[in-house]
Design a protein around this ligand. Structure first.
Ligand code: PNS
Length: 172
C-alpha cells in the first residue's frame, strides 16, 4: 500500500495456510483476493503445526495449482518457518486471511498483530462466503473418511485426490 492509502500497483498479497486439503472456502477467498490484488501468492506451510498432514506438500501444491489455473495473477508456493520471514523474503505487502466465524477472529487478531510486529506487513481479512462458513479442511476429511458426501465443499480436483488417497492408503 502506498502511504496515502491508495493501492500500490505492486501490491502483492500472500494467502497462507495448510490447505490440507483446499476447500471451496479457500478457493472463494483466493478468487476474491485475485480481484483486489495484482499478485496473490497462495503459500502452503510445509509442516502444519497442528498434526501430520493428510496430503504431502507436493499434493497440496498440485491441487492448488490445478484449482487456480484460471487465475493468471495467482501463484502457488510453499514456505518453512515463520510466515513473517517468508513475507519479507518475497517482498509481499499484505497477508490475506479468511474469517469464517467470530471464534476465528481471536486467534487471527493475535497472529495479525504478531506478523505486523515481526514484518511490518498488515493482514487483511475477507469474510468467508456464508455458504462456506462451516467448512474446514479437518471437517471435510472427517466427513469424507466416514463416507459422507463432500462434493459441495471442495473443488472436483480435490475430490479426485481424496478418492485417490483413500484407494492407495485404505481408509486413510
Ligand atoms: O490453514 P491454517 O492451518 O489455519 O494456516 C495457519 C498458518 C499457516 C497461516 C499459520 O500456522 C502460520 O502462519 N504458520 C507459520 C509459522 C508462523 O509464522 N507462526 C506464527 C504465526 S503469528
Amino acid at each position: 500500500m502506498a502511504r496515502n492509502g491508495a493501492h500500490s500497483p505492486q501490491s502483492h498479497a500472500i494467502y497462507p495456510g495448510s490447505f490440507d486439503p483446499p476447500t471451496n472456502g479457500h478457493l472463494d477467498v483466493i478468487a476474491r483476493a485475485a480481484i483486489v490484488f495484482p499478485t496473490v501468492t497462495v503459500a502452503v506451510v510445509v509442516n502444519p503445526q497442528k498434526r501430520s498432514p493428510h496430503f504431502t506438500l507436493d499434493e497440496r501444491e498440485e491441487m492448488l495449482r490445478r484449482c487456480t489455473s484460471d487465475f493468471p495473477n495467482v501463484r502457488v508456493d510453499h514456505f518453512r518457518g515463520l510466515l513473517a520471514d517468508y513475507v519479507k523474503r518475497i517482498d509481499a505487502n499484505v497477508i490475506v486471511k479468511g474469517l469464517r466465524v467470530v471464534s476465528d477472529f481471536e486467534n487471527e487478531m493475535a497472529s495479525a498483530h504478531m506478523n505486523r510486529s515481526l514484518s511490518n506487513v498488515d493482514t487483511m481479512f475477507l469474510m468467508s462466503d456464508s455458504n462456506y462458513s462451516f467448512v474446514s479442511s479437518s471437517l471435510i476429511k472427517e466427513v469424507f473418511l466416514q463416507g459422507g458426501d463432500i462434493s459441495r465443499y471442495v473443488p472436483d480436483v480435490v475430490l479426485e485426490y481424496m478418492h485417490q488417497k483413500r484407494s492407495t492408503h485404505g481408509r486413510k
